[in-house]
Ligand binder design. Sequence first.
Ligand code: TYD
Length: 231
Amino acid sequence: MKESTHFETKDHSTLQQVPGGLLIAFEGIDGAGKTTQAKAAVDALRRRGFDAIYLREPTDGPHGTRLRQLMAKGRENVSPQEEFELFLKDRAEDVARNIRPALDRGQIVCIDRYYLSSMAYQGAIGLDPEAIREANEQFAPRPDLILYFHLPVEIGATRIRSSRSEGQNLFEHQAYLEKVAEIFEKMNFPQMVKLDATLPLDSLHQEVMRRIVEAIKRRGISVPSGAKDNG
Ligand code: TYD
């Protein structure tokens, strides 16, 4: 497996596995702080002795790289359907190469965006979110836990102003993200938890860990105390 972050370790034997693995999706609009929180969760889980890894979509593979370029350029010359299909191909590769093997090894996979992002972002350019969900669930394992980072669009926009798509003006981009957020808000996955992404990083991290610990315990696995979650 291609190692995607520095969290990956060569020695899995000293770390505790969860039979069948645990898949945790970090979702939300741009600027919600998913990446910071997903990486902090992986660190905290590893300190508690769990075998956890960080993955992200779009991936660093060929389709994912193309998608990042496309999104940065403001989606020139690509139809919503083509964009959807590219995300789907990227995800199929991620599932086959990274996600399923990690779950089979019993790892806790913290994934920074997953198919809910396709439902929301490609849904917001006119595709049917339910059809997107069905296409993905043909091959992509369902997350055990979905952490949705809720943030007002204006706040997200000020956080990411520098990395915003060059092909769109601020107004267009915010209007788009409002649609994205609306679709996220309407989703009803039973395993989806809404978190307040305006909280200070540390409080948000504690909340994230509380939810993850609950999900691990639901598997009948005891979890050591998290006194060092901040350290
Ligand atoms: P992201 O990695 O969160 O952005 P960055 O790391 O550059 O801040 O995702 C890049 C963009 O891809 C983001 O605007 C959301 C979009 N996206 C989709 O439109 N559909 C998808 O299925 C996924 C995974 C991401």
